[in-house]
Design a protein around this ligand. Structure first.
Ligand SMILES: NC(=O)c1ccc[n+]([C@@H]2O[C@H](COP(=O)([O-])OP(=O)(O)OC[C@H]3O[C@@H](n4cnc5c(N)ncnc54)[C@H](OP(=O)(O)O)[C@@H]3O)[C@@H](O)[C@H]2O)c1
Length: 354
């Protein structure tokens, strides 16, 4: 059998760039050809993949001819239009946008949780979850297999890069505007300092200053005061875990971290669960790193885990006042497992099945 052909649509974007890095550092590389695709703006650009300078081609129906698997790292509306075209041309599309995640005919896959769903793709499209949901899925999936998850209360601590390159640029610009200011003055007066430095609140992807602050908002306003990000956590967790009636309550908060989302998780199970049993499960899961020794000051923080592939788990505690309930803290790089890596892992699983 000839080696499969892989296309990367959105090769020039923030997630696409991390995807190229993943391709360049993977030990096994099952692809016979890699095709890089972006908008006409980027056509002709050269990007090095495993020692070869590949030329970016403009998105077109013909770009998918001969392609076995097409990964989409493009805005929702581009995926909505083009992933079905790739599928019509015979490719399996793996989409990182929000266009298909809740489509009943499109599986939402995290390989270590529901790899079996990869084969259930009537539209020829597989969706990749939102980065906030994804960051806690390896740990919750492993616990659910053993103890049966019933209820979930989470608070996120989301990085600026979850809002794309503009989020990263804004946080650095806000940090630069405060540099050299006396901390006491700046902390109480951040908005004025930013305005004086020419950083208009209207130009920010965040609804409040992010530097020296936390912002309890991500996404757009939905019914009854919920944000779109909070509803994604609820709906996507239910779909990935295959628990349609899972009780979920999420509060999504943006923090002044460049990359790596964290979540505080309060999870209630059908059966009794101990810290020791949870530790054992986390230690046995190859994609989780357990760092849980608070007496020695050891727990995961975004600064320690950014750039890494695994999900990091710590602060595992048995809830004092809630039966069958664990509290723990999770950190995951939102641009790697939270986006590019999970998509690439799905592509690798598909390559084994072709
Ligand atoms: N940032 C995150 O943490 C994150 C996490 C999970 C999922 N996602 C999702 O992943 C997707 C990509 O996000 P990103 O942050 O990488 O965005 P980005 O940096 O804005 O990159 C967008 C990519 O899409 C291409 N593109 C845009 N319009 C196009 C068109 N009409 N035809 C062909 N290509 C087009 C761009 O090509 P040009 O360079 O030629 O314009 C670029 O390669 C989005 O759906 C996003 O929601 C992002």
């Amino acid at each position: 059998m000839t080696a499969p052909v892989l296309a990367l649509v959105g090769a020039t974007g923030a997630v696409g760039t991390v995807m190229i890095d993943i391709m360049n550092t993977r030990s096994d590389f099952p692809w016979g050809e890699v095709r890089l695709i972006a908008s006409p703006r980027s056509a002709g650009k050269k990007i090095n993949v495993r020692g070869q300078d590949l030329t970016v081609v403009a998105l077109s129906p013909e770009a998918f001819d001969g392609v076995d698997i097409a990964m989409f790292d493009v805005p929702d509306e581009v995926s909505a239009q083009w992933a079905p075209i790739a599928a019509e041309r015979g490719a399996i599309a793996i989409d990182n946008s929000g266009a298909f995640r809740m489509d009943a005919d499109v599986p939402l896959v995290v390989p270590e949780v529901n790899a079996d769903q990869i084969d259930n793709r009537p539209r020829g499209i597989i969706a990749n979850p939102n980065c906030t949901t994804l960051s806690m899925m390896a740990s919750l999936g492993a616990l659910h297999r053993e103890f049966e998850l019933k209820e979930l209360v989470v608070a996120s601590y989301q990085a600026a890069s979850g809002a794309g390159q503009s989020g990263i640029d804004r946080l650095y610009a806000e940090i630069a505007a405060l540099a050299g200011k006396e901390a006491g003055v700046a902390a109480g007066d951040v908005a004025q300092v930013l305005a004086a430095a020419g950083l208009s609140a209207d130009d920010s992807p965040f609804p409040a200053p992010l530097v020296l602050n936390v912002v309890p908002w991500a996404g757009s306003l939905k019914d009854a005061g919920w944000s779109s990000e909070e509803l994604k956590v609820r709906n996507e967790a239910r779909k990935i875990l295959g628990i349609p009636d899972l009780k979920v309550s999420a509060t999504c908060v943006r923090v002044p971290v460049v990359t790596t989302h964290s979540l505080s998780v309060h999870a209630t199970f059908a059966r009794e669960v101990t810290v020791e049993a949870a530790h054992k499960i986390f230690e046995e899961q190859p994609t989780i790193v357990l760092i849980d020794d608070p007496a020695a000051g050891k727990f995961p923080t975004p600064a320690d885990v950014v750039g890494g592939d695994p999900t990091y788990v710590g602060r595992v505690r048995q809830a004092l006042d809630f039966p069958n309930t664990l509290d723990f803290f999770v950190c995951g790089d939102n641009l790697r497992k939270g986006a590019a890596l999970n998509t690439y892992e799905v592509a690798e699983e598909l390559a084994k099945r072709l």
